[in-house]
Write a protein that binds this ligand. Structure first.
Ligand code: SF4
Length: 254
């Protein structure tokens, strides 16, 4: 099994046709994973296999390393199109997440004002007011909602503390449309969220949240759990088309 542990606090840049040049910001330790979920499909592996020994980077380290990298990219004439908070776990776990977002927006405005700031989060910390307020400031607030079924969540996303999906949905509504919902569709041993009994209630929840966009995707890399299967292109296209029919822009990645 090969999983990915990203360097910290800056990784990349990664060049993609869809995003352009994306510079990664990883607020988790450089030698392991910290997440409030332990998804069986996580590209970083299971939490227990990657316990970090190093601390999270400090706010000052993140700002210094980001500025140095942006200066380097400026000299090379390859400034990023997007600054993406992702990496070895859940970025909003960082105790100074909100301040780091503020620093990052300032650096973005100084070095690459055309670039978007994007956060990929599993939504577990959005009940914290400072996290909510910081996410309101970023360009792309991408929040995970794999299903509304608690049993599936417990088997697949595996929260490591009490998790109430109904409360999460209510907090998602509080973004008043400033939210992109990201959903992983897949099949595995005794789990499958591609069937109608999962898609329909998920779609109703999505409509009630009213996001600016939805991203549906499936497994793309090796997973720590064995026996997981991709959702088919046809299934993802059908789900995407139902979201679009509800008036919400949606993309599918296979
Ligand atoms: S929320 Fe993301 S980082 Fe955390 S376990 Fe799931 S896939 Fe991995």
């Amino acid at each position: 099994m090969s999983t990915i542990i990203y360097s910290s606090p800056i990784f990349g840049p990664v060049h993609s046709r869809r995003l352009g040049i994306s510079l990664g910001i990883n607020l988790l330790p450089a030698d392991g994973k910290v997440c409030t979920f332990d998804c069986i499909y996580c590209e970083c592996g299971f939490n227990s296999d990657h316990r970090p020994t190093l601390p999270m980077p400090t706010r000052q380290q993140v700002a210094q390393r980001l500025e140095a990298k942006l200066q380097e990219m400026q000299q090379e004439g390859t400034l990023p199109d997007v600054l993406t908070f992702a990496g070895n776990g859940e970025p909003t776990c960082h105790p100074h997440f909100a301040e780091i977002i503020g620093d990052t927006l300032q650096l973005r405005d100084r070095y690459c004002p055309q670039a978007k700031v994007c956060v990929l989060s599993n939504s577990t910390m959005i009940h914290r007011q400072e996290v909510h307020d910081a996410l309101m400031l970023v360009d792309d607030n991408i929040l995970k909602l794999d299903t509304v079924d608690p049993a599936y969540i417990n088997k697949v996303d595996r929260p490591n503390a009490a998790y109430d999906v109904r409360a999460i949905i209510e907090r998602m509504k509080a973004f008043q449309g400033h939210i992109i919902i990201q959903t992983m569709f897949m099949r595995g041993d005794s789990v499958d969220n591609t069937g109608e009994e999962f898609v329909e209630p998920w779609l109703e929840a999505v409509k009630s949240i009213g996001p600016q966009q939805v991203m549906v995707y499936t497994i793309d890399r090796e997973t720590p759990a064995q026996g997981l299967e991709k959702a088919s292109r046809e299934q993802l296209d059908a789900i995407r088309d139902r979201v679009i029919a509800a008036g919400i822009p949606c993309t599918a990645s296979y």
